[in-house]
Design a protein around this ligand. Structure first.
Ligand code: ASP
Length: 595
């Protein structure tokens, strides 16, 4: 029977009670984790968001009726208990913060009962994720998920406090807006009062934060929800959260400075981890050449080595053809993996094919120095020696090579490097390696659209020394864009923005946007720029990913209270769902069946 709370006031959360309170009367409230009957005594572990405390019911203290009530308690009942704190009569539980004490109940109220939950409310259970997400309300009670959500709240609070102290103002920007320039598909919201017209949910606050700079707010921040309707990969959510910011009268170094101090502050306060500043910086070109990735994981080496020069005249057609086609041949050395069974090497070849490789060449150096290789028969002994030497190959090493266009070679070896590190147990989640990647290319070529597209977005400023190549050689223009990378994950990115109308026009032209189209899409920003715009720059973090790494989890779903699954649906609410005919007709919408 559910009772009311009348006359009761909670005095402590469960783990706020300690030995110092011995002899005191406390009132605690929470969920029954377990109940054990030992004849004349009943023990209950009570749980709230702070943790667990042991309650003891004996008839002498709680009375006959209370004792009988305690007998009916089952997991997940919500109860309130008044009792006296005492040193545990039984053994101390080292695993619990409250392991030295117990509360001897003098009053028990059952505030609500519970059916048997579909899975146990415990840390690290093996329950299928679908079931967990369907009953997310219960899943969120589990201590490990709860500590992630609590950590997320801490990160948000500390971020606000730190940035406020640095002179940032928190300003909200609209959710119902026009398409923003991040390049993904928009989520659209039909307008009832403007039949046939749609709002877009923001992909980021980009245009608004730039306008706030025009309006003189100088430093803006927001913990902003963003929406991108992309085909979902494992680690994406259709809606996600950014720590977004923009600053006036600054250049690259100023943005980097405030952000690395923010990161150091968060890691110290939340995890007790010292981030040594300044954080290492690397240009995009160097990151690609050395690690095959614009978000290199620096927790391990296994760097790419370019052997194009060594093999361009060898007898192995796969290598020479790649070079003739303007590509390159590069390799990595998986130290100590030379004895890898053939089957596992074949699996790596398949893995590489997933990244666009036609194949993968290898040299497996056995412990006794003999060499097994997929291409040695095409090589002279000297050539083989030179290649092994270039990769610093020793006995017991496995050397893997990709030969193709640079883009493919980088993506294959970059991914392989991480895959091997994973297999070799080199990825320590307690080791935090930060990196700024700078000087990104301004444009990337889109085969699909047959034109250059902005690598970051169309408002990103080219590097001063590359400005004159905007028309003559756009492919070589570098941008004042930067990403902050942690352990191989991009946790944030941003750029210095263009604030001169003429440069912006040249940029639109390079992107193949006519003045009319540019005006229609971004006219309101360009107009704002006509009336005095300060030089400005900004950055946005993916809060979900940042907290995921801080919480040492593998999935962002574990740090989002109510996440969606891969097909963008919510298993808890069943969204998206059909709506009434009436709602549709109010919106002037007809559903075309079979689409
Ligand atoms: N709006 C950008 C993004 O979402 C970040 C920035 O340039 O500040 O990636």
């Amino acid at each position: 029977m559910a009772e009311a709370m009348v006359g009761l006031k909670r005095t402590h959360r469960c783990t706020e009670v300690s030995l110092a309170d011995a002899g005191q009367t406390v009132t605690v409230m929470g969920w029954v984790q377990t109940r054990r009957n030992l004849g004349s005594l009943i023990f209950v572990d009570l749980r709230d968001r702070s943790g667990i405390i042991q309650l003891v019911f004996d008839e002498n203290s709680v009375g006959k009726e209370g004792f009988e009530k305690a007998y009916t308690l089952r997991n997940e009942f919500v109860i309130a208990v008044v009792g006296t704190v005492q040193k545990r009569s039984g053994a101390v539980n080292e695993n619990l913060k409250t392991g030295e004490i117990e509360v001897v109940a003098t009053q028990l109220r059952i505030l609500s009962e519970s059916e048997t939950p579909p899975f146990p409310i415990e840390e690290n259970i093996n329950t299928k994720e679908e079931l967990r997400l369907k009953y997310r309300c219960l899943d969120l009670r589990r201590p490990d998920i709860q500590s992630n959500i609590i950590m997320r709240s801490k990160v948000a609070t500390l971020t606000r406090a730190f940035l406020a102290n640095e002179g940032f103002l928190e300003i909200e920007t609209p959710m119902l807006t026009k398409s923003t320039p991040e390049g993904a598909r928009d989520y659209l919201v039909p307008s009832r009062v403007h039949p046939g017209k749609f709002y877009a949910l923001p992909q980021s606050p980009q245009l608004f934060k730039q306008m706030l700079m025009c309006s003189g707010y100088d430093r803006y921040m927001q913990i902003a929800r963003c929406f991108r309707d992309e085909d979902l990969r494992a680690d994406r959510q259709p809606e996600f959260t950014q720590i977004d910011m923009e600053l006036s009268f600054v250049d690259v170094d100023d943005v980097i400075d405030v952000n690395e101090r923010l990161l150091a502050y968060l890691f110290k306060e939340v995890l007790g981890v010292t981030v040594s500043l300044p954080i290492q910086r690397m240009t995009w070109q160097e990151a690609m050449d050395r690690f095959g990735s614009d978000k290199p994981d620096l927790r391990f080496g296994m760097e790419l080595k370019d052997i194009t020069e060594l093999v361009k005249n060898c007898g192995f057609g796969v290598f020479t053809q790649a070079v003739e086609n303007g590509g390159s041949v590069r390799g990595i050395n998986a130290k100590g993996q030379g004895a890898m069974p053939r089957k596992k090497i074949d699996a790596l070849v398949d893995f590489a094919k997933g990244y666009g490789a036609k194949g993968l060449a290898y040299i497996a150096i056995q412990d006794d120095g003999t060499v097994k290789s997929s291409f040695s028969k095409f090589m002279t002994e000297e050539e083989m020696k030179a290649i092994i030497g270039a990769l610093d190959g020793g006995n017991g090493d496995l050397l893997l090579f990709a030969a193709d266009r640079n883009k493919i070679v980088w993506s294959v070896l970059g991914a392989l490097r991480v895959e091997l590190a994973e297999q070799m147990g080199l990825l320590d989640k307690n080791d935090y390696k930060f990196l700024w990647v700078t000087e990104f290319p301004q444009f990337e070529w889109s085969d699909e659209e047959e034109r250059f597209v902005a690598m970051h977005h169309p408002f990103t400023m080219p590097m001063d020394e590359d400005l004159d190549k905007l028309e003559s050689d756009p492919g070589s223009v570098r941008a004042k864009a930067y990403d902050i990378v942690l352990n191989g994950t991009e946790i944030g990115g941003g750029s210095v923005r263009i604030h001169q109308a003429d440069v912006q026009q040249r940029m639109f032209k390079a992107l193949g946007l006519s003045p009319e189209v540019a005006n229609e899409k971004f006219g309101f920003l360009l107009d704002a720029f006509k009336y005095g715009v300060p030089p400005h720059a900004g950055l946005a973090y993916g809060l979900d990913r940042l907290v995921m790494l801080m919480a040492k989890r593998d999935s962002i779903r574990d740090v989002i209270a109510f996440p969606k699954v891969k097909d963008a649906s919510c298993l808890l609410t069943n969204a998206p769902d059909v709506v009434d005919e009436k709602q549709l007709s109010e919106l002037s919408i007809d559903i075309i069946q079979g689409n």
